[in-house]
Structure formats: structure tokens, C-alpha cells
Design a protein around this ligand. Structure first.
Ligand code: ZN
Length: 280
């Protein structure tokens, strides 16, 4: 969810050139990661053959385990049973809806945890590894519908494989992250893949089009799960209010907050019949 600028670019142009040559040799594939759904998300995506779905999912599983371990050591993992129960309950309703967008997602090893942090944040790593930070729930006093909106949005990023797409773009544009170079290098190991998964989840910002896609798919997932999709709109209002004076990077770097808000309103209305159906 949080957006910030890409980490320092690799200074070695030689490595960039080598990467670029590798990309040319390995090629890219134009793929459709998801069905378009009621919201009609149908953009074709370009994925580098260097970053396979299996690799990045394996890396994510390992990175997630590391994040959880570290949180556990700090006493910051799943501290409030009521909060954990809320997040689990919402995930349990959202996940079965993912099949509408991609059949294989129902079989992913989904997992969700609550991390104690002052940062207003949540994410879903490739392959369905979800984290919700306590500050998001507590500072914004989220309702279940709003929490479902956040989680639906983050899940949508994973369904669309936006992390892998960003990694592919980084390779293609030769924004050589050292870690990416390592991941595609000769000594490729799961440790590097874990680092790559962490990097695309926490540091490489989503593009504007990826955000819009996650917003649209997110409201459909929420509506189908019986959560009021209009909550996505109030969620954004709360986020903006909470960030008055010092907007978080992921909010302030966004090109047009108003356009995004309008888009959410339109798509929330579009999926209201699905919500009504789910409530019946
Ligand atoms: Zn997002």
C-alpha cells in the first residue's frame, strides 16, 4: 500500500548492460493474469521470463516467514486476539471470491497476520501472504467494511501479480536493483528470491494503473464477500484526514487523489448489485 521512491539504483552500468542483454535473450511474455470480472480489468501485462511466478511466490513465502519471525522476536506479532480474529474472518470471506478472477488463487497458501506498528500500512505478498499493521486498524478506526476494502485492494495486487510485473519492469528498464541482479545471477538462491519478493512488496512503488486495478478488483472482491463496497471511499477519506499536514509518501506521490476517489465511487456503485446478492 505504501509507496515510496525506488531504492538507490545500481551504479554499475556494466551490470545494467549485462542485465539488459539477458532480458533481450530471455524475452518477455504478454500475459493475462486475471479474468476481467464485473469491473472489467483487462489490461495485458508484460512479464519478464527471468522472474517466474513460481520463483517469486517461493521467495515471498520465505520472506513472509522471515517477517513473521522478526515480529515474533520483537513481540509484535498477532498481539491482540480480537484484531487477529477480525483480520482472519475478513480474509476467510474474501479469499473464496478470488476464484472469480483466477481459478488457481483458491489453492494458494493464503495466510494473514497482524503486525504491531505505528505505520499505517497493509500488504499482500505474491502468492497470498497478508499483513495488516495495527496502526491502520487503530488510528483510522476502521469498520469491518473498510478493513475488507484495504485487504481486498492488497489481495488484488497479488492476483494481478503486480509485484512480478514491477520486477519485470525494473529488469526491462535496467533500473538494476542490486538484489534483482543477484536474483537473476549465477548464484541464484532462495535467499535472493526472498529479498526480491520483499523488495517488490515493500519498496518498489505500484504504478498508478496498478493502483487503479487493485481499487477496482478490490471493491468487487469486497462486494462479493458481502462487505459494503462504498466503504472503499470512506476509507480513503479517513486516510486523507489522518494524513493532514504530513501525508504519507504513498499518498502524496500519487498523481491524482481526486481522480482515484472518483474512480472508486464509480466502481463501488457498479458492484453494488453483487453486494446486494451476497447479503441475500
Ligand atoms: Zn495498492
Amino acid at each position: 500500500m505504501r509507496q515510496k521512491l525506488p531504492s538507490a539504483a545500481d551504479s554499475s552500468w556494466r551490470r545494467n548492460a549485462a542485465l539488459f542483454a539477458l532480458v533481450l535473450a530471455a524475452g518477455c511474455a504478454s500475459v493475462q493474469t486475471t479474468e476481467s470480472g464485473t469491473v472489467g480489468v483487462d489490461r495485458k501485462q508484460t512479464m519478464s521470463a527471468l522472474v517466474s511466478e513460481e520463483d517469486i511466490n517461493n521467495g515471498a513465502a520465505q520472506a513472509y516467514a522471515q517477517v513473521l519471525d522478526e515480529a515474533r522476536r520483537k513481540g509484535a506479532l498477532d498481539r491482540d486476539p480480537a484484531e487477529v480474529q477480525r483480520v482472519h474472518a475478513i480474509a476467510a470471506r474474501l479469499v473464496p471470491q478470488t476464484g472469480v478472477f483466477r481459478a488457481d488463487a483458491r489453492g494458494w497458501k493464503w495466510d494473514s497476520h497482524v503486525l504491531t506498528s505505528n505505520e499505517v500500512n497493509a500488504w499482500c505478498m505474491p502468492g497470498g501472504k497478508i499483513a495488516v499493521y495495527t496502526a491502520l486498524i487503530e488510528k483510522l478506526k476502521l469498520t469491518d467494511d473498510e478493513l475488507a476494502a484495504v485487504m481486498g485492494h492488497e489481495i488484488a495486487h497479488a492476483l494481478r501479480e503486480h509485484g512480478r510485473e514491477r520486477a519485470s519492469r525494473a529488469v526491462n528498464q535496467s533500473i538494476a536493483l542490486g538484489v534483482l541482479g543477484a536474483a537473476v545471477g549465477a548464484g541464484q538462491g532462495t535467499r535472493d528470491l526472498a529479498q526480491l519478493a520483499l523488495e517488490v512488496t515493500l519498496n518498489l512503488p505500484n504504478s498508478r494503473e496498478q493502483e487503479i486495478e487493485a481499487d477496482r478488483i478490490g471493491v468487487e472482491l469486497a462486494a462479493r464477500a458481502g462487505y459494503n463496497p462504498r466503504a472503499a471511499v470512506t476509507l480513503w477519506q479517513k486516510m486523507e484526514q489522518a494524513s493532514q499536514g504530513s501525508p504519507p509518501a504513498w499518498l502524496s506521490t500519487h498523481p491524482s487523489r481526486e481522480a482515484r476517489q472518483r474512480d472508486l465511487e464509480i466502481y463501488a456503485e457498479k458492484v453494488m448489485p453483487l453486494y446486494a446478492q451476497a447479503r441475500r
